[in-house]
Design a binder for this molecule. Structure first.
Ligand SMILES: Cc1ncc(COP(=O)(O)O)c(C=O)c1O
Length: 299
């Protein structure tokens, strides 16, 4: 990971090496942080952040799911991200805002802990590599709506994702796919999941998954390209026999799936995944004016 010059900490840009917190930070002990992962791309009109507002809205939603009141408005958070990437002189990068309870008192309920927000940005390439991913359905079930808030991007939820990907990587796979309590496919440790059959594309319905911003963008894009898009329960057997499967995510972008549980997909990358991936990359690189409102250009 490549260090950049500055990290934004509660309104100030501080040198990368000085961006530190106290060891008794509440969120470090109890997983009570809300965070985001955002990408900025190089375009012909300069760097552009993909769906900046939507990511900051989700950050606020995630924080509010903990009753955490952010001391910064949506506009201030968006402006801070722009200032951060500009002052770091970045052309393309990953942006990581995190809102957390700082040091106040050590007890589970963070009554006297200050809310702090920081944001870092650094150059980052393909998350799952350039090759189609080899996926295994893991034993670790996806977090349940009765035990946490699966739709919020909370650091505590990522114990579940970490156990999932660790299980997969230990077994020699690239990524772990989690099922929900009903045995339906939920998602990857950091990606949403799609299956393709002819002109129909399906993705697991909301409930136990993170409502991915790339997922929503790909659903819109696929609809506009003339595909029928369904949000519904998907059993593993359906994925094994699908024409194609792929993952979406800010980090993973659109990543084709090569195999699930060692069963190779009929084609990978299949023609639909290829088309969606290409069109998605055109959008994020500012090459499709129809979706220009999805980008925030950094002047
Ligand atoms: C568990 C999980 N699911 C799905 C996603 C994809 O979400 P997005 O497209 O908003 O990055 C992510 C990445 O943030 C994730 O961590």
């Amino acid at each position: 990971m490549e260090a950049t010059k500055y990290i934004w900490m509660s309104g100030k840009l501080v040198p990368w090496a000085d961006a530190k917190v106290h060891v008794l930070t509440h969120s470090l002990h109890y997983g009570t942080a809300a965070f985001e992962g955002i990408r900025m791309y190089e375009t012909a009109k300069g760097p552009a952040i993909f769906h900046l507002k939507k990511h900051m809205e989700r950050l606020i939603f995630s924080a509010e799911s903990l009753d955490m009141k952010l001391p910064w408005s949506l506009d201030q958070l968006c402006d801070a991200a722009v200032e951060l990437v500009r002052e770091n002189g970045l052309k393309s990068c990953y942006i990581r805002p995190i809102a957390f309870y700082g040091f106040g008192e050590v007890r589970v309920l963070p009554t006297n802990c200050p809310v702090e927000v920081t944001m870092a940005a650094w150059p980052w390439g393909a998350y799952l590599g350039d090759d189609p991913a080899r996926v295994i359905i893991v034993k670790t079930q996806r977090v349940h709506p009765e035990t946490t808030v699966p739709g919020a991007k909370l650091s505590g939820n990522y114990i579940n994702s970490m156990l999932s990907v660790r299980e997969a990587v230990k077994g020699g796979y690239d990524e772990g796919m989690q099922l929900d309590a009903a045995g339906n496919i939920a998602e990857g440790s950091g990606e949403n999941f799609f299956i393709v059959n002819g002109k129909t594309i399906a993705t697991p319905a909301l409930g136990s998954i993170l409502p991915g911003i790339t997922r929503a963008s790909v659903m819109q894009l696929a609809t506009d390209l003339g595909y029928k898009v369904e949000e519904r329960a998907i059993k593993p057997e359906e994925a094994f026999s699908a024409d194609e499967c792929f993952f979406t995510g800010t980090a993973a972008e659109v990543t084709p799936i090569a195999s699930i549980n060692d069963k190779p997909m009929k084609s990978s990358p299949g023609p639909v995944t290829k088309q969606i991936r290409e069109e998605f990359l055109k959008i994020v690189k500012g090459e499709n004016p129809k979706y220009s409102e999805w980008l925030t250009y950094v002047k």
